[in-house]
Design a binder for this molecule. Structure first.
Ligand SMILES: Cc1ncc(COP(=O)(O)O)c(C=O)c1O
Length: 286
């Protein structure tokens, strides 16, 4: 597939424009305080994947941080942004902040209009070779706040963790909480396979309710594979038969090393491959 002709697009409060022309005032509370939430949606065959689920999660994130904004008008705008961009496959980033107001920590007395921003770029999925060979990850302490279920734009702990992974030439950082449990990756969910049972962290305020995670959980169950939502320690991950990651652009990605330990003999494991193949089939047939 050649590069698709297209243009990176921005949408700011009702207007589309080329990405390079988009601007936000300095006193936007997203810029000042990370007072906002976001979503990332990828396309398959040009259509946004799991758009309803993403919109539900966005609406919930807004409600949890008490921004009064209805996202029901977003799906047609997302479609329009994708169309305007002209990319065959697009990655849509949506960010909604509490809006622009003089900088005081408390909410402005008169709620400002929330700032609604979207960017549409060409979707670049990980090199297919990575799915074939599997990736290395590192482990690092989970330094995040206690409401990881909110898709907050405050991502500093995630960024610091991902940078450590990058410096270690690893794909991802697995986050380990104070009790020694792996919560998830810095921008992915995590799964392990032990004795033909797939385990992943149960939904709670300790992890993001990942859309890919829930699609994969359905697929795993449909495949007749036993799924257990339970907490697993880093030691469980190191001793696992197989490990994989999940995310919107990552899809289902085999892990073949954690820190210095080899996982599943250094090759993607059979259940991981089966689950990934079923995922790819299902998204293409959706
Ligand atoms: C912390 C975290 N976990 C998991 C995910 C995967 O979520 P999704 O499958 O909805 O992309 C993300 C995605 O950004 C994330 O930031």
């Amino acid at each position: 597939m050649g590069a698709s002709p297209g243009e990176e697009i921005a949408y700011v409060n009702g207007e589309f424009m080329p990405l390079g022309e988009a601007m936000i005032p300095i006193e936007d509370r997203g810029f000042q305080f990370a007072d906002g939430v976001y979503e990332v949606v990828a396309t398959y065959r040009g259509s946004p994947f799991a758009i309803e689920e993403h919109m539900q999660r966005l609406q919930r994130s807004l409600a949890e941080i008490r921004i009064d904004h209805d996202v029901s008008s977003m799906p047609p705008l997302i479609e329009e942004g994708i169309k305007r961009s002209g990319f065959d496959e697009a990655l849509v980033y949506i960010q909604i902040t509490r809006g622009v107001a003089p900088r005081h920590h408390e909410f402005p007395a008169q709620p400002p209009r929330p700032t609604v921003v979207m960017t549409v770029k060409e979707l670049r999925r990980p090199d297919p070779q990575l799915h074939a060979s599997g990736v290395k990850v590192i482990s690092t302490p989970d330094l995040r706040w206690k409401r990881c279920d909110i898709k907050s734009i405050a991502l500093l702990p995630n960024i610091l963790a991902k940078q450590l992974a990058h410096e270690a030439k690893a794909y991802e950082a697995l986050l380990v909480d104070e009790e020694g449990y792996v919560t998830e990756g810095s921008s992915t969910s995590s799964f392990l396979v032990q004795d033909d049972v797939v385990c992943t962290t149960p939904p709670s305020s300790r992890i993001l309710p990942s859309i890919t995670r829930s699609v994969l959980c359905e697929i795993i169950t449909e495949l007749g594979i036993t799924l257990e939502e339970k907490n697993s320690t880093l030691a469980d991950y190191l001793a696992a038969d197989e490990v994989f990651l999940a995310g919107t652009t990552t899809e289902a990605m085999p892990v073949i090393a954690i820190d210095d330990a080899i996982i599943s003999g250094g090759e993607p494991g059979p259940l991981t491959r089966k689950i990934r193949e079923a995922f790819v089939d299902s998204v293409r047939n959706r």
